[in-house]
Design a protein around this ligand. Structure first.
Ligand code: SF4
Length: 201
């Protein structure tokens, strides 16, 4: 993959693009950039590993569906991310031609990425970038989703076998809504923060 060409493809679609060799440098950058804001999070192994919630909560008002009081449901907490000034999430796949791919079971993560924020940051490792949109979708369905199902402790066939998607009808199926960002959404500044070391799934 030619990183410079890929970054240029994303810029042509209206995105700001930044690159950091390590997750630590990317986390330091985001910690400097986001200050005094309301900040929502999409569930992401990459963002959890970067400890961005813990860093940003010191100088922002943050909300994360996985970090909530005992008397609050996941859905109640997840809805808060629809109304934040800033949204942070990752992607399941991306393409050298400039598309972003995300797959969701409930829809809160992909839903919040489409409208209503001052700024959205997609934070992801360059190892998620595939040559084409078709391959990015394949990666999302056959690599990212099975690993994510396993992380959640589900007993879907992909989680048990760990090799590919079985297009299951399991109650814990996590693949219900596929959102492809073909181009930057209108009226939201959107930045891609690329990380040179492998992160997430
Ligand atoms: S559709 Fe089912 S088998 Fe396929 S990745 Fe999603 S949860 Fe796994």
């Amino acid at each position: 993959m030619d990183l410079q060409t890929t970054m240029e493809a994303f810029r042509k679609k209206g995105y700001q693009v930044s690159y950091f060799p390590t997750a630590q440098e990317a986390a330091d950058y985001l910690d400097r950039e986001i200050d005094g804001k309301t900040v929502g999070f999409g569930d992401s192994e990459t963002l959890l590993d970067m400890k961005l919630y813990e860093r940003l909560e010191k100088h922002n008002q943050v909300t994360h569906p996985m970090k909530r009081p005992a008397d609050m449901t996941f859905d109640e907490k997840a809805k808060e991310s629809y109304f934040t000034e800033v949204l942070l999430l990752s992607v399941n796949g991306a393409s050298e031609t400039g598309e972003l791919v995300n797959l969701d079971g409930l829809g809160n993560r992909v839903g919040t990425s489409l409208f209503g924020h001052e700024k959205v940051y997609f934070v992801f490792s360059t190892n998620k970038i595939e040559p084409t949109l078709e391959k990015a979708i394949w990666r999302t369905r056959n690599i990212a989703a099975p690993k994510n199902a396993k992380r959640k402790g589900y007993t879907t066939p992909c989680a048990l076998k760990g090799d590919r998607c079985y297009d299951c009808n399991h109650p814990d199926r996590i693949c219900n809504g596929l959102v492809i960002h073909l181009h930057k959404m209108k009226r939201m500044d959107t930045e891609l923060v690329l990380i040179g070391e492998p992160m997430g799934f």
